[in-house]
Design a protein around this ligand. Structure first.
Ligand code: ATP
Ligand code: MG
Length: 329
């Protein structure tokens, strides 16, 4: 039996370069070696308010972007999280074994809670739901961006605590980061992670941004007061642009250094802009083709849910039995 991979993206806004380089590109590369499940995690998205009509549209858009990024629905299951009720069911069961102090320490909780007037309990429970997503399928590999490392550590802690209370049940999931691009920074602020939920038109490159806008955003990216690339002292903005170029080109570090060291920032930006635009163009074409094909997405999502539901159900059944809950005659 092949090892299982699970990961997800929230349909909480416009997917961006960080989501692509930190997650989607890596998923597409490894999907053939594993039994892969990729989720549109809509239950995570509603941990902060989402406009219902927009959310409905974003769920489909996100699914189409998975496929446009190279996730092959014939090889991998593409699933909307709320379509498989076992995610929420297991999350509750795991909530009951998770100390609240573990959750209050999470960096993402603190950062997102700060921005809310009223902090929904879901925002605190977020990492438990994420642990449920993974443990539901006994996934042993979870390919994510660097910002999710802390939540994955917590998922392992929750799994371990459950196993020690109720007996060996869950596999320990390993974190799988991409070699380059695990943390893409905001173009307007290279000290902040590029995020869907951040505002500011110069912050993120959307995967569906018109290409002339993509180029403009990169040309306006924040750098530093130096005139040219100096590999002996790279500022965070320049480092971010080089990371983006390297992640798309696959160039080894020495080649990158040889090519860009001493180059003026304006020229560096032009080359990064061309690399990104050339990479996004075919992705956008595929996206539009997918959206234009009637019934296709619904079929993919239905098949994905059908494929994974029996695994999810049997895990919940086992967990209920282990905990002594009523699990039928
Ligand atoms: P939000 O602001 O709503 O949390 P997000 O941009 O952080 O959105 P998520 O849906 O939370 O996106 O994350 C989806 C995947 O993309 C995760 O694996 C996450 O680690 C990865 N990811 C998110 N932002 C970046 C980034 N800036 N660089 C690399 N990977 C990222
Ligand atoms: Mg996030």
């Amino acid at each position: 039996m092949r090892a299982r991979v699970l990961s997800g993206i929230q349909p909480s806004g416009q997917l961006h370069l960080g989501n692509y380089l930190g997650a989607l590109k890596n998923w597409a590369e490894i999907q053939g070696q594993y039994e892969s499940i990729f989720c549109i995690v809509d239950l995570h998205a509603v941990t902060v308010y989402q406009d219902p009509a927009e959310l409905r549209a974003k769920i489909r858009e996100t699914a189409a972007l998975f496929i446009a990024s190279g996730i092959d629905p014939a090889q991998s299951s593409i699933v909307v999280q709320s379509d498989v009720p076992a995610h929420a069911e297991l999350a509750w069961l795991l909530t009951c074994v998770t100390p609240v102090g573990w959750l209050q320490r999470m960096t993402q909780f603190k950062a997102k809670a700060e921005k809310q007037e009223t902090v929904g309990d879901g925002l605190l429970q977020y990492p438990v739901l994420m642990a449920a997503d993974i443990l539901l399928y006994n996934a042993s590999i979870v390919p994510v961006g660097e910002d999710q490392s802390q939540h994955l550590e917590l998922a392992r802690d929750i799994a371990q605590r459950f196993n020690s209370l109720y007996g060996e049940t869950f596999v320990m999931p390993a974190t799988h980061l991409p070699a380059v691009g695990s943390r893409i920074m905001g173009l307007d602020d290279p000290d902040a992670k590029m995020s869907k939920s951040a505002t500011g038109s110069g912050h993120a490159i959307g995967l569906l941004d018109p290409l002339d806008q993509v180029r403009k955003k990169i040309m306006r990216a924040t750098t530093d007061s130096q005139p040219a690339v100096n590999f002996d002292g790279l500022g965070s903005g320049v480092q971010n642009l080089l990371n983006i170029f390297q992640a798309f080109s696959g160039w080894p570090g020495e080649k990158l250094r040889e090519h860009f060291n001493g180059m003026r920032y304006g020229d560096l930006k032009k080359q990064v802009a061309e690399m990104v635009a050339a990479s996004l163009e075919p992705l956008q074409e595929r996206f539009h083709d997918i959206m234009a094909e009637p019934g296709y997405l619904d079929r993919v999502l239905r098949e994905g849910a059908e494929r994974v539901s029996p695994i999810a159900k049997s895990t919940v059944q086992l967990v209920k039995e282990r905990m002594g809950l009523y699990s039928g005659a």
